[in-house]
Every structure is written in C-alpha cells, then in structure tokens.
Design a protein around this ligand. Structure first.
Ligand code: UT7
Length: 349
C-alpha cells in the first residue's frame, strides 16, 4: 500500500496584520521586516473565535471533503502544533470533538516547524503497515496569543502568524503518494529556539547559557508563572535568530538531498519544492544551493508570516489550488526548526 494525499485544505483567520501595524506597538520598520524576512503581512486569530483546534477543524473539513470522505471515514488523527489550546490534553482530541468523531486515536506531535513532516511520516507508516486507511494530518498554530508585543520581543514577534493546514492521507494501490520521508533532530540545540515557561524544569537550565540572547539572567521558574517572570519577559518565546538561520541553511538542503538520493532522484527532478516558511531569505538560500528555479518553489510567507507546523500544509494547499501542482508531479516538502528538528518528504502527486 502507498499513502497518497487524497485531500488538502487550509484556514487562516480573517484579520490581516501588516508590518505597519506592528510599527505602532514596537520599534521596528516595515523595511527591516521585508528586507530580513520577506514578510509583508500575517494573520492573527480573533479572540473568542479562533483557537488552534478550531482553525485546524476548518482546514480539516475542507481536506476531508476534497478527499470525497466524511469525518466518520477518518481512522486516526495526527496533530502537530507548538501552540496547543491547553497545556494538556493535546489539541488532537479537541479536533476530534470539533469534527464529531468518536473513538479513533489522536496523536499530538511536538516537533515544531518540522511537525507536519513528522506527521505525514507517521501516517505513511501506519498506512503502509495496513493499520489505517484514512489518516488526518494537521498542522495548526495560534502564535499571536503568546508573543511579546513590546520592542524587547521584536526579533521573534514580527515573524510569526496564525493558521492551519490539513491533509488526508489515504491508502492506495496506485503507484503514487509518499515515496520517502526522513526525520532528524539534535537536542543539543534545544534552547536556541524555545518557549521555557511554564515548564517542569523548575529552574534547572540544561542548555548552553552563553548562547542565550536574554538580557540578564533568565528566570526559569517552572510551572507557575510569577510576576517577576512576566516583568522580565520570560513567558515569551526565545530565539537565537542568527544561530537558527545558519543551521537552517545547512539542514534544509541536506534533508532534501537525502530524500532525493533515497528514491533515485536529484533536485533537478523536483517539480515543486514547498519549504517550511521560516524566512524568505532561507528559502532563497536553499533554492540557490540546489539550483532550483523560482517556478519550482512555492513561498507564501509574504502573506502569512511563519506559521510553524501549519506553514507546509498551507503552502502546499495554496500551490495546489493555484494549479501549480499537477498529477504525476514530484513534490518535495522540507522543514527545519526548534529542537533542532528537520526533515523532508518526497511525494509523487
Ligand atoms: O521557523 C523556525 C525557525 N526560525 C527561523 O528559521 C528564523 C531564523 N532567523 C531569522 O530569520 C533571522 O535571524 C531574524 C529575521 C529572526 C533576525 O534577522 P537577523 O538579520 O539575524 O537580525 P539579528 O537578530 O542579528 O539582529 C540584527 C539587528 C539587531 O540590532 P543591533 O544589535 O545590530 O543594533 C536587532 O536588535 O536588528 C535588530 N532587530 C530589529 N530591528 C528592527 C531585531 N529584530 C528587529 C525588528 N525590527 N523586528
């Protein structure tokens, strides 16, 4: 059995937040953001309307319908997010409830930007083993609720946006679908892109402090947030941007080449590359290194910012909706992010 993508969908909140709007609350400029990241605008969820799992449900409904199925046909849910509705339980069960499905298993994946690649890899194995026939794989993020909108957080905040993307992976005997996936991680770099609090570390910082870009000593307070932690901004995501950028430029191409080699292809054979939308400059570096022309890569970070686990399914779906992906095309998905984690997938569409 092969696992093909039988249906795909995405959802982004209506509210468009331009770079100009961010300049009203923090010391930044639209020129800086566009020049360093390519981002022109992003979407923010509407309070009391969108949550991570409700956005996921909107994307999932489209994917299920396009697969010619109903929610009852789904055998298993894989949900990738770093911004879950609750600390626990994971958002997978909430998505299951929104879709009105009972009893099926739900697996939450915590590999951040690489979450969707890990998700389809897991789904591919379940389908190949014959355990499940229709698996819903979702990436969804609601970043805007957890960002630092003061100048202190500008290096992180300007990048991220909200949204969700979903795919139904389906068993098929046809000669198409997922050809290969590769998954990687290196926990040595865990603290370079992380959200520490709340967490069970109880003040024990395990990483290399010299690389932290915090001003002053970070407050690693554990599960209970204190006023001091809030005042110092230790309740926001931390990113050592340049370090992440450097590693991303190495690991993305390595994963893509590995996927090509595993299937007897070269980057020249790829009809459409969908890189995780981390930063337009990173996508361009990958493209340049692999000799992939503009027509064979799809980027939409300009409109949606970096939506972490949602970025690949959103970009994949949008490219497909625009007719840029056709039956028989070789599609490559690749990601790098917090963990560090990275990986790639090759799909015969
Ligand atoms: O998807 C997960 C993986 N994440 C990534 O792949 C992100 C990888 N990293 C990046 O994309 C880039 O590192 C950033 C876009 C985050 C930052 O760009 P950079 O060119 O690496 O800037 P930087 O952090 O080295 O900062 C350069 C300067 C600093 O000022 P000084 O110290 O040179 O005076 C920052 O304070 O730019 C300043 N800066 C800003 N200025 C205006 C940082 N953020 C901003 C901002 N607006 N938003």
């Amino acid at each position: 059995m092969n696992a093909k993508i039988a249906g795909i969908g995405f959802y982004v909140p209506e509210r468009i937040v331009t770079n100009e709007e961010l300049t009203e609350v923090m010391d930044t400029t639209s020129e800086w953001i566009v020049e360093r990241t390519g981002i022109e605008e992003r979407r923010y969820a509407e309070k009391h309307k969108d949550t991570t799992s409700t956005m996921a449900a909107e994307a999932a409904k489209i994917a299920i319908e396009r697969a010619g199925l109903t929610a009852e046909d789904i055998d298993f849910i894989v949900f990738a997010t770093l911004s879950p509705d609750y600390y626990f339980p994971g958002s997978g069960v909430l998505l299951q409830r929104h879709l009105g499905i009972k009893n099926i298993g739900c697996l939450d994946i915590r590999t951040q930007c690489t979450g969707f690649i890990y998700g389809i890899s897991v789904a591919d194995q379940y389908i190949k083993s014959g355990m499940y026939k229709n698996i819903l794989v979702v990436g969804a993020e609601l970043h805007s609720a957890g960002l630092d909108f003061s100048t202190r957080g500008r290096n992180v905040t300007v990048i991220f946006g909200d949204g969700a993307g979903a795919a139904v992976l389906q068993a098929t005997e046809e000669d198409k679908g997922i050809l290969t996936t590769n998954l990687h991680a290196d926990g040595e770099f865990a603290e370079h892109l992380a959200y520490f609090n709340p967490g069970t570390h109880g003040g024990v910082f395990l990483g290399d402090k010299s690389d932290l870009t915090y001003e002053g000593e970070p407050e690693f307070g554990g599960m209970h947030l204190t006023q001091e932690m809030m005042d110092k901004g230790d309740i926001f995501p931390h990113m050592n941007g340049r370090y992440v950028f450097k590693h991303a430029c190495e690991k993305f191409p390595a994963a893509i080449k590995e996927a090509c080699e595993a299937t007897g292809h070269t980057p020249d054979d790829i009809n459409m590359l969908i890189p995780h939308q981390a930063n337009l400059r990173i996508s361009q570096m990958i493209q340049l290194g692999l000799g992939i022309e503009d027509e064979r890569v799809y980027n939409n970070i300009q409109k949606y910012g970096n939506t972490t686990a949602a970025s690949i399914p959103i970009a994949l779906c949008e490219a497909w909706e625009k007719g840029l992906i056709k039956d028989g095309d070789l599609v490559c998905l690749a990601a790098f992010g917090s963990g560090f984690t990275w990986g790639a997938a090759l799909i015969r569409w």
